[in-house]
Design a protein around this ligand. Structure first.
Ligand code: G3H
Ligand code: 13P
Ligand code: ZN
Length: 315
């Protein structure tokens, strides 16, 4: 069995009104938890690897463990580079056998983002690999997202059409209110659904029908995980994330890929803190990492069934 490209996954997701979960992986336990959850829910899944995860685990180890997960579960699994910072990293992961890459040029000025993304896309497409790029700037907790700030940082619909036409990218990550990490925003969560609708309509009018949109920074900052961390010695004050109902609505629209990492980190930390809180005498890594694996699998099963809507998409 082989890894799956994202193109077909997104087509099914768009037409089925759901999103495929893209979960960040860093070690064996996370890979097993996520893929076993996806298998239990009969859902396709995207495993994504950041530059720091590549540095931590190495592309060879990650690819080999993901291959083992494909064999074990038999489900559609794509292996994706998350926030690829440069051409060199893209080349490295394609050589390692990844089936999809993101090039993140969102911090460059517009023309530089277009130029660098086009170069990456040409290289990847020659090798049959899909490319995700990013346009706009995800809000940070310090950003006060009033209308002016939103217009300055959120993705501009006309620019999105120009960007997709000129670069040839296969999917686009947009800024419409989500943000990375456990401390996402002051005040209440907001997603600019009208902007999402306009971007998709303008893309369709320009010949990009059913164009897959990607949402980064979509962890809900699971309250149970935060409470468990804090009950067992953690100090996570004021952490909050994207409400599930907003993500459900985005998934039913044109968002075909939803990224989550922070919720996995919180789940893993909660399970391990709880393990040691209840068993101070424990020192077998299979005990605490095993608890973390069970906890993460339960979390991801919930995301697939209740948030992404992708349960049963594998038939
Ligand atoms: O969006 C970023 C992901 O959460 C990856 O984070 O670079 O610490 O692995 P990382
Ligand atoms: P979270 O920090 O909300 O989990 O977002 C992860 C992400 O977007 C990875 O690319
Ligand atoms: Zn991201």
């Amino acid at each position: 069995m082989a890894l799956t490209p994202t193109k077909e996954m997104f087509k099914k997701a768009f037409e089925g009104g759901y999103a495929v979960g893209a979960f960040n992986i860093n070690n064996m336990e996370i890979i097993q938890a996520v893929t076993r959850a996806a298998a239990a829910k009969k859902s396709a899944v995207i495993l994504q690897v950041s530059k720091s995860a590549l540095k931590y685990a190495g592309p060879g180890y990650l690819k080999a463990m993901v291959d083992a997960a494909v064999e074990e579960t038999g489900i559609d699994i794509a292996l994706h580079l998350d926030h690829g910072p440069d051409f060199e990293t893209v080349r490295e992961v394609i050589a390692a056998g990844f089936t999809s890459v993101m090039f993140d040029g969102s911090h460059y000025d517009y023309e530089e983002n277009v130029a660098k993304t086009t170069e990456v896309t040409r290289y990847a497409h020659e090798r049959g690999i899909s490319v995700e790029a990013e346009l706009g700037k995800l809000a940070g907790v310090e950003d006060d997202v009033n209308v002016d700030a939103a217009n300055a940082t959120y993705t501009d619909p006309d620019q999105a059409v120009d960007f997709v036409s000129r670069t040839g990218v296969d999917s686009l990550a947009i800024a419409i209110g989500t943000s990375h990490g456990a401390y996402k925003f002051k005040g209440d969560a907001k997603i600019d659904f009208a902007r999402l609708e306009t971007i998709t309509a303008k893309l369709a009018a320009a010949g990009f029908a059913e164009y897959p949109i990607v949402l980064h920074g979509a962890s809900s900052v699971d309250e149970e995980s935060v409470a468990t961390c804090n009950a067992y010695g953690g100090r996570l004050a004021g952490a909050k994330g994207m409400p599930a109902e907003m993500l459900r609505k985005a998934a039913a629209m044109s968002v075909c890929k939803i990224n989550m990492d922070t919720d996995i980190r919180l789940a893993m930390t909660a399970a391990i803190r709880k393990h040691f809180g209840n068993k101070p005498e424990s020192f077998d890594p299979r005990g605490y990492l095993g608890d973390a694996r069970v906890y993460i699998q339960r979390l991801i099963e919930g995301k697939i069934a209740d948030v992404l809507g992708s349960a049963g998409s594998m038939g």
